[in-house]
Design a protein around this ligand. Sequence first.
Ligand code: CA
Length: 637
Amino acid sequence: MRIAFSTSLVLMFALIGITASQLSKPVDDTRLTGADTDSSNWLMYGRTYDDHRFSPLEQINEQTIAQLGLVWSRELNTTRGLQATPLVENGVLYTTGSWSVVYALDAKTGNVRWTYDPEVPRTRAYFICCDVVNRGVALYRGKVYVGTLDGRLIAIDAQSGKPVWSVATTNPALPYAVTGYPRIAKDMVIIGNAGAEYGVRGYVSAYNADTGKMVWRTYTVPGDPSRGFESKAMEQAAKTWSGEWWKAGGGGTVWEGIVYDPSLDLLYFGTGNATAWYRDLRGKGPQDNLYVSSILAVRASNGELAWHFQTVPGDNWDFDSTQPLLQADLTIAGRPRKVIMQASKNGFFYVLDRQTGEFISGTPFVSGITWAKGLDPKTGRPIESPTAYDGLKPVIVSPGPGGAHNWNPIAFNPETGLVYLAAKNGTQALHAPDAQWKYNQKDGNIGGDAKYEGPLLKQLLSMPAPKGELIAWDPVRQRAAWRAPYPVVEGGGVLATAANLVFQGRADGILAAYRATDGKQVWQFDAGTGIMAPPITYSVDGTQYVSVMAGWGGPSATFNAPNEGQKKPGYGRILTFAVGGKATLTPRTFARTGPPTPAITMTASPEVIHDGQILYTAYCAQCHGLNAVAGPLPVLR
Ligand code: CA
């Protein structure tokens, strides 16, 4: 009876095309915490909970890389930026494209298994600062989780591609957006949000992974004091604000990574700028503005704040501290330390004790930083440069709001002990606060004077162009082991492998591989369109593959306009390589139409207003109208 039963099961699976390997157990806590030993799959955003983006696979190595070639590519019919880290489980690749659309593809062939379009209203683009991007999904117990641009968190059945549950994580009447990936932490899906350029109150929420029921929500900035505070942490934070900050929301959004240390049961995330950007527009008086521009640790069980480290007290320059957080156990000054690291927008590489938040070290990883003269060696508090802030008078400051490094994922090779990251030297920004700024719920609320045409503008335009490079950073000695400059400013996310290789794409469409120990370039491929997203690697049936999303857009599409010619907009696609790959790429091309990108732009301004209709182009001058949408101005609040 038992034998007959198994035989019929085998027969049934054979008939519907399920192979034995697909009968492996679903992604659960054991598989996630053991992801490091699961070399064939890429189960979560940074591959493992410590977010090393380091793969043990070695089939693609210094000897074989000359034969590395394209195996398949799949165009995603978008000219917007693509930023996602694809996940791979059991031969299926899960990723996201523009407008929070989710794709499940055969990882060997690129054939589409299913597509899920959450149908985000296109008018939301008006309240999305930095293109209609998404950085990827999470996998857990047979479901695929995605956060959408209109603030939903959706659980999708991994087999069928059909939604199982959907919750609104934000109030749709407010200018929130979700572009970040969801993080799984013991039965929960954790998600943040964006919107501090418009005026929202930042928070992180945890949902039951099975039901979608909210478990906890932790705010990053205090709300209206007359309504009381949600926690002691919020009460403390309120003492560091002045004026009526809550009216513009406060900001401090957690728009990028949320990482998890299962052994300490702590979740870590960075927070963005305050609303408005400029200190004196937020009020007179105490101005640290906790917990904006900070790295926070909260207890996964209840969301309670465990520690905080503010990288930029009273931020005046859009120095979000949301960049990727990377965990490692390092020996520093002869002492084993559990650290968390960040290459921050503000140009400093931070090493903190991730158990306590204690500042261990912080060093500039780029040249030409002008906002701070250094960090206090004990506390890590910046020693602000007197030239970086002059009340409401305009100043030129480096780095600019695009950052010395931004959301692009970084990688750590435990064998070399080096962190690999994209860096920009010498970015500059003219910060001209608008003294007349008043919070306007129907527009961006950066507080900048877009009409400024004073002498600093000429000075800015005469400054040398910034320079991009891949850096191998030694976090113990706090210095670069090597730097590999590239001919463009903007580099993408990074992958490191045990075969002494580092992979990285960049703005001009080149996907390159470097030797991890010395930065010598050993391979390259022209993807036909700029790359921002990080490559990943996985194996199916004994073959190692490297995949990357190629698609140029995001805030970098309009920042550094003098280098516009180096960037390669085009039709976004996913590309997959293996040793011996012989497929050819014939990119669809198009001619640029419409007005050139303005030299300095930082709001998602409507490009055309006609009869009350707005043509939304938010950060998409490179989209050539292809994804622009006409519609009535959304009514928010
Ligand atoms: Ca920001």
